[in-house]
Design a protein around this ligand. Structure first.
Ligand SMILES: NC(=O)c1ccc[n+]([C@@H]2O[C@H](COP(=O)([O-])OP(=O)(O)OC[C@H]3O[C@@H](n4cnc5c(N)ncnc54)[C@H](OP(=O)(O)O)[C@@H]3O)[C@@H](O)[C@H]2O)c1
Length: 334
């Protein structure tokens, strides 16, 4: 399809409001909010809804879309959905987008479709490109540490992927501080510095504060925080019961309803009132709280509805915290 037959024209004011941060010591700027396609872009999800979420994101200056080989369900489906959206509506905008994919978790049967071998990463990247109809991804990640494959092999595979033109930059996800420093050294020596680390980080999961963020800072690597809303728990959605269309009720693969305990909800209620006193929704405060760290380049949200995305984007209206607000939050979290 040629771009002249593309129906979608992006908002002319898409870059007016979004703010961008430099990703580590690289040439890349990322929007403060990025969109992840882990959920809600599978085969049985509504395609038109998925498409309007992507358009709403881009119309608001969200240039970064995060995928992985196994996002769906079934595995591969989110990349196929995103590929269809790119083909029908985003052809002329490819150079305005940062698209990422990953390999590292289980993808196909047998010994070569999981973890961190060169064999797996290179084949998986090829498959992802086919599913999305792309010549290259902007960022290709190793999705999780592999305790058994030598780091030199995994990092060598990332370097090879860049050298063969299939990715522009590389990243790692969920590596601890020590392994991040080792991976970074190998990648620097190979001439393909690590652009970005993708750790899980939110008010209820703060492991990155214990060494990873300072390592990223000293290595010049950016950071994109995933599951910033603890899969939806850090919003007001579960405060009055379990909505039928929520992830905990309708999906339950990764967010189990029974993990949302009265104790957790009590914390959420207290956080919600701190947010309301700041004139924010809890989702907005949860995003702003992550962005208080200068090491964090961008916050990677997921959404099941356009309105959620619009709500989250409004976090940008109030990113600063008084020390009293930060103390109040600490009291709730500890
Ligand atoms: N590297 C890794 O290993 C890894 C692992 C997991 C995720 N990720 C990446 O991180 C991305 C985000 O992860 P996530 O989906 O867990 O993120 P999240 O932002 O913590 O949770 C997203 C869910 O929160 C709810 N939500 C979002 N905004 C809301 C709002 N304003 N009000 C009420 N509810 C709201 C929606 O749930 P409902 O469906 O209930 O409406 C949405 O699906 C993924 O798409 C993926 O790209 C990476």
């Amino acid at each position: 399809m040629n771009s002249s037959t593309q129906n979608y024209i992006a908002s002319p004011i898409r870059y007016d409001k979004m703010q961008y941060r430099r990703c580590g010591k690289s040439g890349i700027l990322l929007p403060l909010l990025s969109l992840g396609l882990w959920h809600n872009f599978g085969k049985s999800d509504d395609f038109e809804k998925a498409k309007s979420i992507v358009k709403t994101a881009f119309d608001n200056g969200i240039t970064h879309f995060d995928l992985a080989n196994n996002y769906g369900p079934p595995y591969g489906a989110a990349e196929e959905t995103f590929g269809r959206i790119l083909k029908s509506d985003f052809k002329s905008y490819r150079d305005e987008l940062i698209i990422s994919s990953k390999a590292g978790w289980d993808m196909w049967e047998g010994p070569y479709g999981n973890f961190g071998s060169r064999k797996y990463l290179i084949a998986s990247c090829d498959q992802s490109l086919k599913r999305m109809g792309l010549d290259y991804v902007d960022i290709f990640y190793h999705h999780r540490p592999d305790p058994d494959t030598p780091l030199e092999e995994t990092m060598g595979a990332l370097d090879q992927i860049v050298r063969s033109g299939k990715a522009l930059y590389v990243g790692i996800s969920q590596y601890n501080a020590k392994d991040t420093a080792k991976a970074s050294k190998i990648l620097k020596d190979l001439g393909t510095p690590c652009l970005i680390h993708q750790p899980r980080y939110n008010m209820f999961d703060r492991w990155v504060e214990d060494g990873l963020l300072s390592t990223l800072n000293s290595e010049g690597i950016g950071a994109i925080a995933f599951s910033p809303l603890e899969q939806g728990i850090l919003t007001d959605k579960y405060l009055d019961g379990m909505p039928a269309d929520s992830r905990a009720v309708k999906d339950g693969r990764y967010l189990k309803a029974n993990t949302i305990t009265p104790k957790i909800l009590d914390k959420v209620k207290n956080l919600n009132s701190i947010a309301n006193n700041r004139g924010q929704s809890l989702a907005q405060m949860a995003v702003a709280w992550i962005l208080r760290n200068p090491e964090i380049t961008t916050v990677l949200v997921g959404v099941s509805k356009e309105d959620q995305l619009k709500d989250n984007i409004k976090a940008l209206d109030n990113l600063s915290f008084t020390s009293d607000e930060l103390n109040e939050i600490e009291l709730v979290l500890n």
